[in-house]
Design a binder for this molecule. Structure first.
Ligand code: PFF
Length: 457
């Protein structure tokens, strides 16, 4: 692939882990995980989700790291570099397209977080009733202009970091934002489980009810695992192309997987005890965190309004930061592709991506208000994009990444990457290969077939 000699690497192993964790930890953990868990009945969904993380997530993450670091190219070019003259390049291109589509609707929700930072900071979340928080969110998300304004602001901040580049932009911002985020999540989970009536929420999270498990739950959990771990669209393989030789792929994948899962479970511990405590249904959908949290702070600190104020500002700032490290990674996939494949300067490539994503963002945002009657397969355009990308495209591309590393790439190359060219021991290697060759692809296919109703468990 072009531009190899100019390639920048992350400055340190920690920088690489935090950048990858920054991509993984985002709205997927704090916004999407709780509402998917709520929609799919709670603890049973979480158990199946954890199964997907272990069986598909971690092996496919190592596979994507292998592809990226070996090819030293963005995902769009990595397959072409490793399997020249074959159709594998289409998997890379499909990944770029998926990331581009996700960035479009993801930035809409990222924009909502800014509105809530603004509302929280200007006392707009103080002194309201539960019902008022619900109508406040509905009024905001359904009006045409305000969500668009925040969408534009968020995209421009993302654009700015991307133009700063890999080391000064992506790595530096992740090193500051990730630890901050972790501390805030732990503090807020602590506050939430102390609320009166919080036990019901904890039970909902920890007590599985398998009678609620349907094929949809499996598809939802698999899609959530891919989405949350940033898998299937070559985002992590693009980041791995900036990994140095000393970065340990297995160790990095374990760290990222662990951080990602902990933040998701902690987010559940923030949202559900709080939701049950104030009597909000856990299946409220995408609005869940925007209607539950203001309530929590209000009630938890009824006697200390100053603390309620600080916590709500902190939470939405945290959410915006988490979203930012992820939008940066989504943007980087397409920007690196245009830069390396078509020789655009990084600045110009970033402008094209930002422009295109704004367009998708505008459509997705309007789909929740003015254009909500336009449906595709019964879903509005926002939900349709989420369904298509998270539940179909990510698992399909992830499955092909597993097949590629398991079956196509030379075994000595795969072993060389996993062992840092013979410097490390990787006793898990034979099991890893079996998972990539058989378990992950067959498992993913089985979940699709099950969803179509052709399989009975
Ligand atoms: N993993 C991110 C989150 O949980 O919010 C979203 C995401 C980022 C998905 C990058 C896919 C991706 F490639």
């Amino acid at each position: 692939m072009q531009h190899k000699s100019e390639r920048v690497n992350f400055g340190s192993k920690l920088g690489a882990i935090l950048a990858a964790a920054g991509s993984a930890v985002g709205l997927g953990n704090i916004w999407r995980f709780p509402y998917e868990t709520g929609n799919h009945g709670g603890a049973a969904f979480i158990l199946i989700y954890l199964g997907c993380v272990i069986v598909f997530g971690l092996p496919i993450m190592i596979a994507e790291f292998t592809i990226g670091r070996r090819a030293k190219a963005c995902t769009g070019g990595a397959y072409e570099t490793l399997a020249p003259g074959t159709h594998w390049k289409w998997v890379g291109y499909a990944g770029v397209l998926t990331g581009f589509l996700i960035l479009g609707y993801y930035s809409v929700v990222a924009g909502w977080t800014l509105e809530y930072v603004w509302q929280a900071a200007s006392f707009g979340l103080s002194g309201k009733t539960s019902g008022e928080y619900v109508s406040m969110f509905q009024d905001f998300s359904q009006q045409p202009f305000r969500p668009l304004l925040w969408l534009f602001v968020f995209m421009f901040v993302t654009h700015f970091v991307i133009v700063k580049g890999v080391k000064d932009g992506i790595e530096k911002s992740s090193k500051i934002m990730m630890p901050l985020l972790f501390v805030l999540v732990i503090l807020l989970a602590g506050c939430s489980i102390m609320l009166p009536g919080a036990e019901k929420g904890i039970k909902f999270l920890l007590h599985p009810d398998f009678s609620k498990v349907t094929p949809d739950v499996f598809l939802g959990a698999m899609g959530q695992a891919f989405f949350s771990m940033s898998l299937g669209m070559g985002c992590l393989s693009t980041y791995a192309s900036y990994f140095g030789k000393e970065t340990r792929l297995g160790h990095t994948a374990m760290s990222v997987g662990l951080i990602d899962t902990c933040v998701a479970v902690l987010a559940g511990l923030i949202i559900f005890p709080a939701a049950f405590s104030v009597g909000i249904q856990p299946d409220a959908g995408p609005s869940l965190i925007f209607i539950t949290l203001p309530n929590v702070f209000q009630q938890a600190f009824a006697n200390v309004p100053f603390l309620a104020y600080i916590c709500s500002v902190a939470f939405y700032v945290l959410l915006a930061l988490a979203a930012l490290t992820s939008t940066i990674s989504l943007h980087e996939v397409s920007t690196a592709f245009l830069h390396e494949k078509f020789h655009f300067t990084r600045g110009r490539a970033a402008c094209i991506v930002t422009g295109g994503c704004l367009l998708i963002g505008v459509v997705s945002s309007l789909a929740l208000g003015e254009w909500s009657s336009v449906k595709i397969g019964g879903l509005n355009m926002f939900d349709a994009l989420d369904y298509l990308t998270a539940k179909i495209m990510l698992p399909v591309c992830g499955m092909f990444a597993a097949v590629f590393v398991g079956w196509v790439l030379d075994k000595s190359i795969v072993k060389g990457e996993v062992t840092n060219y013979g410097m490390l021991k990787a006793p898990y290697f034979p099991v890893y290969l079996i998972v990539l060759k058989f378990v992950a692809p067959i498992g993913i296919l089985a979940i699709f077939i099950n969803e179509l109703g052709l399989l009975s468990w």
